[in-house]
Design a protein around this ligand. Structure first.
Ligand code: MUC
Ligand code: MG
Length: 373
């Protein structure tokens, strides 16, 4: 049998509006920009991948326009003519030639895995060894910027049985205002509804110590990245000091970050995202590390569209320590999609598609409609 060779790498920037403004400590999102990568090979197979960040350059070090350029100019030439089936060898070549740029690399790795799954007629989770969970619990982020609107949104989603856990994005305002907002929502939704809080690095360690205490007293279930991502020891101190679990998000980006944080227990939960790790394989490795250290795993999102979300779901489905579930709701935050059949969200969970590769089909008309011209 001849070896399938890569013939073309194509990238497209897609702009999709959000259903409402999404407030984070560093930006307010009105739309989401997806870099779609399609990798073609001479056996007729095409794999899809997505590279997505939040708010241009306000969250991560790569912009959508920069990711496209990195892929077109630097990654694609390394792939053309290469064996499409040896993904580890391709990763090695890419990592040797290109430093950092994990978002761009994540889209490439996803497309290679999607293609290989299609080639072998197995799903991406099967390629990774098999799914332990085919239904992944999914929370929803309340981030309208208005306490009353957030409460109404949550009540509606609880009534629909779409979500029973909510994450609140804070850090834009004075901590006193933010903590009052969180406490009002917790009180309005009751004890059965879990509330997690993401500060996105907005507090210093002293402020965090002061206000996490109040959040803990108000029954908040999980505190995400309260302090700057570089203060690993601070995360370890907060983890040790508080009963409420502290989660590392921005701090826990790559496998070496995860290793350093494991060593000092810089969090009792780690948020893993394929955009931070540079793809599914390193996310899988972090899952192994946390399992070994008895640290819980949380399936994070960079608010990707369906391709990135389903890629993340395939890797998270293989993990055995996902005790905090996932936040893989990205497609639900968007007014439209570029796939033919949207993902199934039911009973507070995302159902893993069963088809070959990622298990999704692209809608070319929608790509044409939302493609940046
Ligand atoms: C983040 O930092 O967790 C994930 C969910 C959400 O609303 O924002 C993202 C980013
Ligand atoms: Mg976060």
């Amino acid at each position: 049998m001849s070896i399938p060779r890569i013939t073309k790498v194509e990238t497209t920037i897609i702009d999709l509006p959000t259903i409402r403004p999404h407030h984070l400590s560093m930006t307010v999102m009105m739309n989401q920009t997806i870099v779609l990568t399609r990798i073609y090979s001479d056996d007729g197979i095409c794999g899809f991948g997505e590279s997505t960040t939040i708010g241009g350059l306000s969250y991560g070090a790569e912009s959508p326009e920069g990711m496209k350029l990195t892929i077109d100019q630097y990654i694609a030439p390394l792939l053309i003519g290469q064996d499409a089936t040896n993904i580890h060898l391709l990763r090695k070549v890419i990592n040797k030639n290109i430093q950092h740029n994990t978002f761009a690399k994540a889209g490439i790795e996803t497309a290679l895995l999607d293609a290989q799954g299609k080639r072998l007629n197995v799903s991406v989770s099967t390629l990774l060894g098999g799914a332990v969970n085919t239904k992944l619990s999914v929370l929803w982020t309340l981030a309208s910027g208005d306490t009353q609107k957030d409460i109404e949104e949550a009540k509606q989603l609880i009534a629909e049985n779409r979500h029973n856990t909510f994450k609140l994005k804070i850090g834009r305002n004075d901590p006193k205002i933010d903590v009052a907002h969180v406490s009002a929502i917790k009180k309005a939704l009751g004890d059965d509804i879990k509330i997690t809080v993401d500060i996105n690095q907005a507090w210093d360690e002293y402020i965090a110590k002061k206000w996490v205490k109040v959040l803990q007293e108000n029954g908040i279930d999980l505190i995400e990245q309260p302090i700057v991502k570089t203060n690993f020891e601070g995360l370890a101190r907060l983890t040790q000091y508080f009963e409420v679990p502290i989660m590392a998000d921005e701090a826990c980006a790559t496998i070496s970050d995860a290793m350093k944080l494991c060593k000092i227990r810089g969090g009792s939960v780690f948020a893993v995202k394929i955009m931070k790790t540079g793809g599914l394989y390193d996310a899988y490795k972090i899952a192994g590390m946390t399992e070994a250290c008895d640290i819980a795993l949380y399936g994070g999102t960079m608010l990707e569209g369906t391709i990135g979300t389903v890629a993340s779901a395939h890797v998270f489905s293989t993990a055995t320590n996902m005790s905090w579930g996932t936040e893989l709701f990205g497609p639900l935050l968007l007014t439209d999609d570029i796939v033919k059949k949207p993902l199934t969200y039911k009973n507070c969970a995302l159902e893993l598609p069963t088809g070959a590769g990622l298990g999704i089909e692209l809608d070319d008309d929608k790509i044409e409609q939302y493609r940046r011209k």
